[in-house]
Design a protein around this ligand. Sequence first.
Ligand code: XIL
Length: 300
Amino acid sequence: AGIDALFKAKGKQYFGTSADQGSLSVKPLEALVESDFGQVTPENSMKWDAIEPRQDSFSFQGSDALVSYAKEHNKIVRGHTLLWYQQLPQWVKQITDKAELTKVIQNHITKVVGRYKGQIKAWDVVNEIFNEDGTLRDMVFTQVLGEDFVRIAFEAARAADPGAKLYINEYHLESKSGTKVTGLNNYVKKWIAAGIPIDGVGLQGHLGGSNPTAAEMKDGMELLSKSGVTELAITELDILNAPADEYVKVFEACLAIEMCVGITTWGVSDANSWLPKDNPLLFDHQYKPKDAYKAVVELL
Ligand code: XIL
């Protein structure tokens, strides 16, 4: 059986991958999504520049295609992402008025989340909002609204689909004592205590090279599991050169932490990775399983 079935047999909810219309039209890639993955995250089609390129003018073609694929093939969908400083159109970056930016965030989230109500298991409501030192990133949202943009975004998402799990998604959290993970952890505690409807933290899991390794992933997740959230997920896993023991450590970490609901790799094969020279995924350029794939199957 593929990794998704094996992982579910161990009590987890899914093993998934990023995908979109383009990658899913590649036959050998789609065949692997069928055999090994139970969840899909739109790699780009739900980002702000793709879905609301001009104010209140929405373009749902790519996101609709991904969501219908998931429905037809019985895959869970994670929504990615509602608020991010990248792939953000210029018209949003130019807003300087508080009331205006609040309305723009509320409208964006209400329309996007509302369109797929009941069809998205979890949303990355905010993405990459922290600096490495654990403070909030300098970007249009903090410049105009301070940290209040977090409440505005999560409340709009909760109202638009009360059944979806709402996540803060971030990179470089794969550490037990780094300034970023501890800073985020403190903010999440404070925000949840203040009634902001945050359900989960997503650890992106881009590992190796100048990024963290998997060594402290389990301890980092242990720390975050006490922040007040009810779930954790590894949302964008890929590891420089895909060492088998590193992949195994990531799966072991998720298995060891009850709150960890699933793992998503950021792509299927090295042939379609966003980091084409890193060979970071479980399948090679010919769509053949790599050593890391075999080691994960062995573990499961
Ligand atoms: C990446 C996509 O994979 C690329 O195709 C795109 O050009 C840039 O974005 N963190 C994230 C993802 O949260 O959305 C990014 O995806 C990778 C880093």
